[in-house]
Design a protein around this ligand. Structure first.
Ligand code: AMP
Length: 176
């Protein structure tokens, strides 16, 4: 799909008009989780200064350290001139728009959006850690990410595919 960037929102951009490639992990396990993930992908595609460039298959995975039904998960690639923090803010607004509440840690969730990778940047602030600290331990992140790019590199950690054997026992299946 194609969409023009809105360069007007320059105070939220990374300071250059060079679009960076970012990866976002999506998960849902409340309500019609599959429909939620598909709608959320479309909503990310409409974010200012951001273009959806690739979507993984949808996967179903059992909750890890969490309650509730199985999760529907996916990973998407976007090209964006937003800063990482501005993109995180947009993702959090989207979570809220889908009715996400946080009654307790690891509660079931209508929609969970994680910023996995932001170009080759390493970010460690109070609100944002990139690469996402647990992304190499989770099959529901690693498998869809490797589907999009089998040779993707994780800054500070190396090639993502080296972590695949360690998550091979996690229950996950491709949905569509
Ligand atoms: P969660 O409940 O798992 O969605 O975690 C949300 C919290 O993690 C928020 O306070 C975010 O500011 C913080 N956070 C830190 N790094 C990230 C990241 N890479 N992606 C999404 N949320 C993050």
């Amino acid at each position: 799909m194609t969409k023009s960037f809105n360069h007007a929102a320059s105070n939220t951009t990374a300071g250059s008009q060079q679009a960076l490639c970012a990866y976002i992990g999506l998960g849902a396990n409340l309500g019609d989780a599959q429909a939620t993930i598909l709608q959320a992908i479309q909503r990310v595609a409409t974010l200012a200064n951001t273009q959806l460039s690739a979507s993984s298959s949808l996967f179903v995975s059992a909750p890890i350290d969490a309650d509730g039904s199985d999760y529907v998960n996916a990973v998407i690639q976007v090209k964006t001139t937003l800063s990482a923090h501005a993109l995180l803010k947009c993702l959090q607004e989207l979570e809220r728009a889908f009715g996400r509440e946080r009654p307790y840690h690891h509660a079931p969730r209508t929609l969970d959006l994680d910023l996995l990778l932001f170009g080759d940047q390493k970010i460690c602030t109070e609100e944002l850690t990139v690469p996402h600290p647990r992304m190499t331990e989770r099959a529901f992140v690693l498998l869809p990410l490797l589907q999009l790019d089998p040779f993707i590199h994780i800054p500070g950690k190396g090639d993502a595919n080296q972590f695949a054997p360690a998550i091979a026992a996690q229950v996950i299946r491709k949905l569509v």
